[in-house]
Design a protein around this ligand. Structure first.
Ligand code: NAD
Length: 439
């Protein structure tokens, strides 16, 4: 089988590489010439563990290739996956569908009318988008033999390949038997490992993705608020999370408190679902509240750091460990660091920061930061250390060594990666989230 994947970002590139690993001949397309040239040279434009080896293996085997020539990729493809970005539309929070619509029009113009093609939206798109894609294609090419399907992606950055290869489920929304057959054939290796497949309508499939992401965002927000309460009443949020998470109806995952969710999906997807629900006269007040709480939380985190520094960071040096929205990615989209660092700078602090993968992108987004070569360099002469991302290498930090090179022994750990006793034994005043002791 042959597919084209339009958009070679976190989702398109991983999906393309994984389909080629399944044995499907895959052509990945992007508008970004530089990205495509780098991929052709074997340079992976994003940080995603294992992706370089997978791309190299399948490129070498002749199953995976990269092009900017969308028409050539689409011609003769059994399925064309749209995996372009759907960011928040500036001003109103609706999903910006301009990239999806533009891709649909380009695909339409390239379709070979003699071949049946399934057009699949892999991007996260609001209810109704699949039918709009069909309308755009039909308008441009009334004679084309095509069907549309929705196949939302649930991979997580940082473990994207494993998530794609061994997903909890695959969701496929389409009204067409022919499209279902093509999708079934493409996902055959996952059928063989008994991955649950949810076949449904276009609209249901589109909504499943938003319902999943907003539920997870609500779960994080719930434990964050419980953490705040723990601080007031002297309880330990990790024990609360364990105590409730062992109940199978609740589940253990996504019960880790932090500075508020960020990343390329939850902030924009919560907002977009709120807008869709309002437009349809069925407001999702619970998600509206989640969005509001999370925005306030991210903004309030700088205040915690200032309080830990005795009420002012004017003229203080702050060492920041981690800037990406989570570990094992270089993705900076909507990372809490983008709220916290500028707020500390505005309050008069100078910032030295280190992140294993995100510094190049972060340097473009947050000016005025001294970027350090490693965690210890970021902490040298610092009056306070703050942990913004729970990279494993920070968990292994030698706290005695850190204490020795800092000006003041203060840690604000917004990811709770250290044991409070260990930090205090090393001589630190240690502040974390939702645990007894200092907050
Ligand atoms: P991204 O911004 O990393 O990549 C999008 C790519 O599409 C870019 O390289 C861009 O140049 C390219 N592009 C845009 N228009 C194009 C066109 N007409 N032709 C060719 N290329 C074009 O985006 P992403 O993070 O991969 O997300 C893509 C979609 O997947 C979004 O809807 C997102 O919500 C969804 N999603 C993302 C994740 C994630 O973890 N990043 C997970 C699940 C779902």
């Amino acid at each position: 089988m042959r597919i084209a994947v339009i958009g070679t970002g976190y989702v398109g590139l991983v999906s393309g590489a994984c389909f080629s690993e399944f044995g499907v001949e895959t052509i990945c397309v992007d508008k970004d010439q530089d990205k495509i040239e780098r991929l052709r040279r074997g340079v992976i434009p994003i940080y995603e563990p294992g992706l370089d080896a997978l791309v190299e293996k399948n490129t070498r085997a002749g199953r995976l290739s990269f092009t900017t020539d969308l028409p050539a990729a689409v011609r003769g493809a059994d399925a064309v996956f749209i995996a372009v970005g759907t960011p928040s539309r500036r001003g109103d929070g609706h999903a910006d569908l301009s990239y999806v619509h533009a891709a649909a029009a380009e695909i339409a113009a390239a379709l070979d009318p003699d071949d049946f093609t399934v057009i699949v939206t892999k991007s996260t798109v609001p209810v109704g988008t699949g039918r709009e894609v069909a309308r755009i294609i039909r308008k441009t090419r009334p004679e084309a033999d095509f069907e549309v399907a929705s196949n939302p992606e649930f991979l997580r950055e940082g473990s994207a390949i494993e998530d794609f290869m061994r997903p909890d489920r695959v969701v496929i929304g389409t009204d067409s038997d022919r499209a279902r057959q093509v999708m079934r054939a493409l996902y055959r290796p996952l059928f063989l490992i008994e991955t649950p497949m949810v076949f449904t309508s276009l609209e249901t499939s589109e909504l499943i993705k938003y319902a999943a992401n907003t539920f997870l965002a609500a779960k994080i927000t719930f434990i964050n608020e419980i953490a705040d309460l723990c601080e007031k009443v002297g309880a330990d949020v990790h024990d609360v999370a364990k105590g409730i998470g062992l109940d199978n109806r609740i589940g253990k995952k996504f019960l880790h408190p932090g500075p508020g969710y960020g990343g390329s999906c939850f902030p924009k997807d919560t907002l977009a679902l709120v807008k869709t629900a309002q437009d349809h006269g069925a407001p999702l007040r619970i998600i509206e509240t989640v969005v509001d709480i999370n925005d306030r939380r991210k903004k309030s985190m700088a205040g915690r750091v200032i309080a830990a520094c005795g009420g002012s960071v004017q003229g203080r040096r702050i060492g920041v460990l981690g800037v990406t929205f989570k570990p094992n990615t270089d993705d900076m989209r909507d990372a809490p660091a983008l709220d916290i660092i500028p707020a500390l700078q505005a309050a008069g602090a100078s910032i030295a920061a280190y992140d294993p993968a995100g510094m190049e992108e972060a340097a473009r987004l947050i000016p005025g930061v001294t970027w350090a070569g490693d965690a210890y360099a970021a902490l040298r002469q610092a009056d306070c250390a703050i942990v913004l991302t729970e990279w494993n290498e920070f968990r292994m930090l030698n706290l005695n060594r850190a204490r020795g090179i800092m000006n003041e022994p203060v840690i604000v750990d917004l990811r709770n990666i250290f044991n409070p006793q260990d930090a205090e034994m090393a001589g630190f005043t240690y502040h974390s989230i939702g645990r007894p002791g200092r907050v």
